[in-house]
Design a protein around this ligand. Sequence first.
Ligand code: S3P
Length: 436
Amino acid sequence: MTAGRSNPLSGSLKPPGDKSISHRALIFGLLAKGVTPVEGLLEGDDVLRTAAACRALGAKVERLGEGKWRVEGAGLGSLLAPKDVLDFGNAGTGTRLMMGVVGGHAIKATFDGDASLRKRPMRRILDPLVQMGVDVISETEGGRCPITIQGTGEPAPIEYCSPVASAQLKSAILLAGLNSSGRTCVIESEASRDHTEKMLSYFGAKVHIEKQGAHGRKITLEGRPTLTAREVIVPADPSSAAFPLVAALLVPGSNVTIIGMMMNPLRIGLLTTLQEMGAHIEITNPRIEGGEDVADLRVRASQLKGVDVPADRAPSMIDEYPVLAVAAAFAQGETRMRGLSELRVKESDRLAAVAAGLAVNGVDYAIEGDDLIVQGAGNVQGGGTVETHLDHRIAMSFLIMGLASDNPVTIDDAAMIATSFPTFRPALEKLGATFS
Ligand code: S3P
């Protein structure tokens, strides 16, 4: 797929449902008693894999209409052993959260996925689960999928200091701890997205959250709650909104409104960064939808300037660095993005993939340790073909680059975009973007 220089983008766009909340809505539906209606579910491949896994574990999961789903739970403690391998495709979140769920039940399951998922580190999830009493029956070298685990119906309550700022890791432990007769505690030195904690409380579990140091949190969950089914309304995904948002900033003359974007403070580091870079973004109509802050964003094309992005902001914008690197390439001056080690273990090695994409399109950059430094020149030559390595966010980021660069930008494979933003192409074309 190729993106070429576009006329000004205009109009409004509602990004798809949040991927993190969509996975969790289905998983909590599986664990709750009763029927969980879901509104605005992201119907991307990643989430559909989680829906299939919920079915395999005993839930009745039905699609009623666009984004409208219904989950009839198997109930905490009453999951079925899946008959087949749980195939999560490209989805790290689905895999890791479900390893926690299975780990807290006396059932055996095998987890697998595509070539990208098979490269991702799962040892970070298996280590705490083993402490809780889970048996790792088989794993591929280095703690990779395919992995078979035997869960326990009596998970030991643990206190776990997370070695990485990862909501997936935190969530796996808490989900396993749900079926423990004691208290499960996770300490993170940098707060990561809190959707699991919020949903635990919303479904009736007792969760206690304390501040820990300057940026961290200690989360304590009381085991064996009664989880009662409740409706989940999924707000628009800020990580998907990032693409039209940056496109509107970069394509001269653009004026675009993004509707209903989730404004959870642990998810909007990109917005803060772009504002520091001089982006014209007007935040209007703030409201609460489905328990989350949301707002509309009016975005106008802006000449950005380079900034220094602190490492402690990384958890709140971890998925947005590829598209920020693209924005930085069009800015005036240097942008330094600090502390990006976790980017190396996403759907691809995103640090390497971003660097290669910048290089092939004539952008000057450097990697120093875990920092990415992009030299913005105000414009980008483009003309390159970018290898996406089965990574949806690499694919979308470089297509956004092509909308504003001097020459078109091509990506080798657009298929993975369907994992998180299946309507990406028509939604951006409706604003005036040109793809071929
Ligand atoms: C997610 C957490 C993040 C993020 C991923 C979704 C989640 O991963 O990159 O896209 O829903 O919990 P880590 O927790 O591994 O940083």
